[in-house]
Design a protein. Structure first.
Length: 371
């Protein structure tokens, strides 16, 4: 994952699935489900995007379940939910959930980071007014929140600094150099109020996760990680969705299903396409009152020495951007106790979030290392 060029999303997907099969010790012939997320290349309808043709590339036949899914950054958590449902009812034995994308190119193009889906007619109004991509859209969202609650750019900087502190201990992270609040404030403005260090990375690569029954997992090579709670919350274009997000509903449903509260959660893996997304998601999960996130998540609380360890692999801000698979992959690594230098001592319960669109789609998971 990272700045890897010259490979297609399907190539990344096939390798990720192969590595997951070897990692788990499950037989390839025992895979009978495949759920696929194609990322930005799929969204932009690029010809080499990963799709349901991945089944043929993998050489897997007679699947009981196959689908290409897209709720943007909420897709990965949703895939794991559906995979768990089919495995728990006996409809499938083992489902591979895979994300793969390759939007990053050596030469600049018209694809990523410029004008995405400008449209024609009335749909072109956003582009004509400068709302061209995720950064400009989230900048409006963040500005609205910051003005309403007197949250500062320096407070967002603390989230970026804490996330980078975790990344310095992750050998897979794209960005491993420590940063300070001052570094954040000096980084260039992308779309006011979001600076470069408020924004996630762009990465090529793939991640695959295999979901099976708890009974089956006990006999495989790796320490099993149990999905004990899930929930979704999709406000769509509800007027206040950018400040009161679907994370509140999805988080509540996931924790109610798991039978846990926020006080029970050891680690938080949050979809952090921007620093603001981390803040608003934690706020809507209930870690502070509405409007208090700027102060509540400053001072190192989310970092390696804080009381709320969050995005312990460096997140999408500093590690790698694999849509919703970024928080899921780190949650699994931590739950297994395989995070090395960055391993959190208490890692029984992890709360995971996925966010899609401009805070329109949300999915949450609670994972347990106790099976």
């Amino acid at each position: 994952m990272g700045r890897i060029y010259g490979r297609s999303p399907i190539d990344f997907a096939v390798e990720a699935v192969d590595l997951a099969i070897k990692d788990s010790g499950i037989a390839k012939d025992d895979i009978d489900g495949l759920l696929i997320s194609g990322g930005l290349c799929s969204y932009l309808k690029m010809p080499d995007a990963v799709s349901m043709h991945l089944q043929n590339a993998l050489g897997i036949t007679d699947l009981k379940l196959v689908n290409e899914m897209n709720s943007y950054g909420a897709t990965a958590a949703t895939m794991l939910q559906y995979a768990a449902m089919t495995c728990s009812t006996g409809q499938t034995d083992a489902v591979v959930c895979v994300f793969a994308d390759a939007p990053l190119q050596k030469e600049p193009s018209n694809g990523y980071g410029t004008a995405i889906n400008v449209g024609t007619g009335i749909e072109s109004l956003n582009g004509a007014s400068g709302i061209l991509n995720a950064a400009t859209s989230f900048a409006m969202v963040a500005r609205k929140y910051m003005d309403r609650y007197n949250v500062t750019s320096e407070q967002l900087a603390h989230i970026a600094v804490d996330t980078r502190a975790w990344a310095t201990m992750n050998p897979r992270a794209q960005k491993r150099e420590p940063i300070t609040v001052e570094d954040h404030q000096k980084s260039k403005m992308i779309a006011d109020p979001l600076r470069l260090l408020d924004c996630c990375l762009v990465s090529n690569g793939g991640i695959a996760v295999i979901v099976t029954s708890a009974e089956r997992a006990r006999d495989l090579k790796q320490p099993p990680v149990k999905i004990i709670g899930w929930g979704q919350g999709h406000p769509g274009n509800r007027k206040d969705r950018t400040i009161n997000t679907g994370a509140a509903m999805s988080g509540r449903l996931a924790m109610e299903m798991a039978g846990v509260t926020l006080d029970d959660i050891d680690i938080r893996q949050i979809y952090d396409c921007f620093t603001y997304t981390t803040l608003i998601t934690l706020e809507d999960y209930g870690y502070c009152n509405k409007g208090e996130g700027g102060e509540a998540f400053s001072g190192g609380r989310l970092g390696p020495n804080g009381d709320l360890p969050t995005n312990t692999g460096g997140g999408q801000l500093s590690s790698y951007y694999m849509w919703g698979m970024t928080p899921i992959s780190e949650a699994i690594i931590q739950a297994r106790g395989q995070a090395g230098e960055r391993q959190v001592d208490k890692h029984e319960l992890t709360l995971v979030s996925g966010n899609g669109g401009v805070l329109q789609y949300h999915a949450s998971l609670v994972l347990s290392s106790t099976v």
